[in-house]
Structures are given as structure tokens and as C-alpha cells.
Ligand binder design. Structure first.
Ligand SMILES: NC(=O)c1ccc[n+]([C@@H]2O[C@H](COP(=O)([O-])OP(=O)(O)OC[C@H]3O[C@@H](n4cnc5c(N)ncnc54)[C@H](OP(=O)(O)O)[C@@H]3O)[C@@H](O)[C@H]2O)c1
Ligand SMILES: [Zn+2]
Length: 401
């Protein structure tokens, strides 16, 4: 899945420079992915310092609030970086209204000759100024090397910066014969142990999770990441127009993660009483506008999730909710698990239908269950049909790429 640098290409004096630049930028992308799950809400960024065709230093952004990729790579250099080229997946930062010092002055002080930048930072405090300041200091700056790949790497960060909503991933499991639940919508264990483990790994990297009320009533899920090394638990959100879920539901009584219920405001006393009861369990209740056909507005729910500083939403939908996201063009990515062994009666509810324009970007066999990732090429934050960093993380040991 992840391209490897061809040593012969780097050492050959005849090799075209773009291929060499591409190979080093791919290495920077690989490094950046190691920050997934710990850098947010910052972007994943990787940096490689190259002198005379050899990598002399590598770095990536490890944790939010800690040094960025560029100073990390410079600090790791095994020789003086003066005259070297830095490959960095995102435009180096130049603004000082943040926790860490800006990277542009550090790159200038290291007397680099050239900086190859994967893509511009959409943050208005940077957006082209970082490149400008490097050029003003006499450093040659190259743009456009793997720019689609670098933007795709930054798609979670771009979503929040440009759209004020989280990046939306829909995830579901379906039986061998395309069903999402048992007959009458009854709860059914579809995934095997390996696929269930992968689901928990995927949950562990997302910062928020959304389900419909139907799923809470039928399945009573906990929606936490379990049996994996979770750095945090995703905040839980439920779409429940009439505030109908039971106060005994696990997501209400469990205190391992926050829960917010989106509902429509009502003047009825039953609404007030139910609201008070749920709030006594520390559940947040947020009123959302219902549209003409009585459904809560998904765009408004996404805005409220972004207001809570969540930028990476995993939706575990039933067929109805999935259709809503597809119809409104709000699904950026899908993770679909297809069982190879479980089959149920034909009367059971069918799995969501994937719109035909979605492109499959990655697939893995999990002891017989097949996990496939799809991206939506019509999404404003789609840049390249490439496997996401999350997928790479689930299928690879983090330190091996
Ligand atoms: N296999 C899996 O991976 C998986 C995952 C999830 C669910 N399921 C199964 O799917 C079944 C439930 O499917 P479902 O689609 O009826 O339930 P759902 O996805 O839980 O959605 C139902 C509720 O979500 C809200 N909703 C749905 N579409 C909406 C839209 N476009 N805009 C706003 N709100 C919307 C509605 O709430 P209000 O009526 O309150 O407005 C609706 O009642 C269950 O049997 C469950 O077990 C399976
Ligand atoms: Zn920086």
C-alpha cells in the first residue's frame, strides 16, 4: 500500500528530479501517518531532510502541542543540514499565535537550500505566507510534488478548516447476503473476532461517533473503543427527534465517554420530564431543527459536533440514516465489512446501498471478513483515491511504516 523509495533511483545521477522528489515526499507522507490519533486537531505532517541524495534526518508531528515535523527532522539530522533540501507534506507554519514556535524561521536558520512543500496550509494565518517568507530568505521553494496525496493526508484537517463540520466516515457490517441486522431488525453479531477488533481500532482513532435512535433501541451499543490501545474514547452522539431512547440504555448509564442526544424542541411536559431525567445521567441534550418531513437536520447536527471541537466523526448508521448522508452528499468515506460466513433470512433489513461513484481505495481480508474502504470523489475534501492513514494503521503495526 505504501510506496517504498527506490535506492537506485536516488543514487542515479540520470534519474529525473521529479521522481526523486516524489520518492522523498512519499517517505514524508509515511512518517506523517505515524501521528494519527495523537496530533489532532492538528494535521499529520512529515518531513525528510536530504543532502546529496541521502536522507540525513527524518521527523513527524507526534502530539498536539509538541514540536512540528520540521524541527523534529532537523533535530534528528546526523550531519549539518546547511545546503540540504527539506521535503515537508504541509506548508511550514509562520504564525506565532499558537503553542509552538513557527517553523519557517527554524528552516531559515538551518540554512537549507531548498524546501519542497506538498500543499499549502488552508489556515488563513499561513496560507501561502510560509512559502513567501522562505523565498524572501533566499530558499528555493518547490510546490506541486505529490500535492493531491498530501492534501488527502490532510483531509481531516482541511474539513474542519474549510467546511466547519467533521470529516464523516460511515461504517457498517453486512452479512454474506447483504443484510445489516437479523429478521425484524433484531441485533445480530455479523463480524468475526478479527473484524470486531479492527472496528475497535477504527473507533479508537475517531474523536466522535454518531448513531440513530433505532440503533440504540435495537442494539443497545456502548460505542466505545475496547480491547485496543485507545488514547481517548470518542464522544457519542445520537439522533433522537422525540427523545425516545430509554434512560437504561448503555450510552446513557455508561460514564466512560460523553453522550449528547440531538432532539427537536417540544413544549410538551413529557419532553421536559424526559430531558430532565436524561440530564440527570450527565447526558447532554441539544435541540436541532427538524426539516419538512420531520427529520432532524444532519447539517446542523454536524455543525454542533464541530462546535464541540470534534473533527473526525464515525457514523454507524442503519440503512435509513446512511441514505440521509448519501442524499445530502455528507459522507466523505466508507468502511464496509462484509462477512463471509453469516447469512440471514431475506426478510431482514438490507444494508445501505453504496452510491456507484464511490471509489474503493483499500481492502483487507480479516480472517474471512472483508473490510473495504471507499472514498467519495464528490466530497469537497476528496483529493486522491488513496488508502487513508487510518486504514494503513489498522492493517499495519504503527512502527512498521
Ligand atoms: N450492521 C451494522 O453495522 C449496523 C449499524 C447500525 C445499525 N444497524 C441496524 O440497522 C437497524 C436500524 O436502522 P435504521 O436506519 O432504522 O436506524 P438508524 O440508522 O438507527 O436510524 C434511525 C433513526 O435515525 C434518525 N434518522 C434516520 N435518518 C435520518 C435522516 N436522514 N436525518 C435525520 N435523522 C435521521 C431517525 O430518528 P428519529 O426517528 O428520532 O427522527 C431514525 O429513527 C437496526 O436493526 C440496527 O441493528 C446495523
Ligand atoms: Zn510548524
Amino acid at each position: 500500500l505504501l510506496p517504498q523509495i527506490d535506492r537506485r533511483l536516488i543514487l542515479s545521477r540520470m534519474a529525473p528530479p521529479l521522481e526523486i522528489d516524489t520518492a522523498f515526499m512519499h517517505r514524508a507522507i509515511q512518517l506523517a501517518m505515524r501521528g494519527r490519533g495523537t496530533v489532532e486537531p492538528n494535521p499529520m505532517v512529515g518531513c525528510v531532510i536530504v543532502k546529496q541524495g541521502q536522507i540525513i534526518g527524518e521527523g513527524f508531528h507526534h502530539h498536539y502541542g509538541e514540536p512540528h515535523a520540521e524541527p523534529n527532522a532537523l533535530a534528528n539530522c546526523r550531519e549539518d543540514p546547511a545546503g540540504a533540501t527539506a521535503y515537508v507534506t504541509l506548508e511550514p507554519c509562520c504564525h506565532s499565535n499558537k503553542q509552538t514556535p513557527p517553523c519557517v524561521p527554524t528552516l531559515i536558520a538551518a540554512r537549507l537550500a531548498r524546501v519542497v512543500v506538498g500543499c499549502l496550509d488552508p489556515n488563513p494565518s499561513v496560507n501561502g505566507r510560509g512559502v513567501e517568507e522562505l523565498r524572501e530568505a533566499g530558499i528555493s521553494v518547490e510546490m506541486g510534488v505529490c500535492s493531491a496525496e498530501c492534501k488527502q493526508l490532510g483531509s481531516l484537517f482541511f474539513t474542519r478548516a474549510l467546511l466547519h463540520r467533521p470529516y464523516v466516515t460511515l461504517k457498517w457490517a453486512e452479512t454474506r447476503n447483504g443484510k445489516i441486522a437479523g429478521p425484524g431488525g433484531k441485533r445480530l453479531q455479523i463480524t468475526n473476532a478479527a473484524a470486531t477488533h479492527a472496528v475497535h481500532q477504527l473507533r479508537a482513532v475517531c474523536d466522535s461517533i454518531l448513531v440513530g435512535a433505532g440503533t440504540v433501541k435495537n442494539d443497545d451499543p456502548l460505542l466505545t473503543a475496547r480491547s485496543v490501545d485507545a488514547k481517548r474514547q470518542p464522544a457519542r452522539y445520537v439522533l433522537d427527534r422525540a427523545l425516545s431512547i430509554s434512560p437504561d440504555a448503555k450510552i446513557v448509564t455508561d460514564m466512560d465517554a460523553l453522550t449528547t442526544i440531538f432532539c427537536a424542541f417540544s413544549r410538551e411536559s413529557a419532553y421536559r420530564e424526559k430531558r430532565k431525567l436524561l440530564e440527570s445521567y450527565k447526558v447532554g441534550i441539544t435541540n436541532i431543527t427538524a426539516d419538512g418531513d420531520g427529520k432532524l437536520q444532519l447539517t446542523e447536527a454536524l455543525e454542533r459536533i464541530a462546535d464541540d471541537c470534534r473533527h473526525d466523526l464515525l457514523v454507524e448508521p442503519g440503512p435509513q440514516l446512511a441514505r440521509g448522508f448519501f442524499e445530502q452528499g455528507l459522507a466523505d468515506r466508507l468502511w464496509v465489512i462484509r462477512s463471509s460466513s453469516i447469512e440471514v433470512e431475506l426478510t431482514a433489513p438490507g444494508a445501505p446501498v453504496i452510491p456507484p461513484h464511490f471509489v474503493p481505495t483499500a481492502q483487507i481480508d480479516l480472517a474471512g471478513d472483508l473490510l473495504t474502504e471507499y472514498l467519495n470523489p464528490d466530497s469537497p475534501v476528496f483529493f486522491a483515491p488513496l488508502p487513508s492513514a487510518d486504514f494503513a494503521r489498522v492493517i499495519t503495526k504503527p512502527d512498521s511504516f
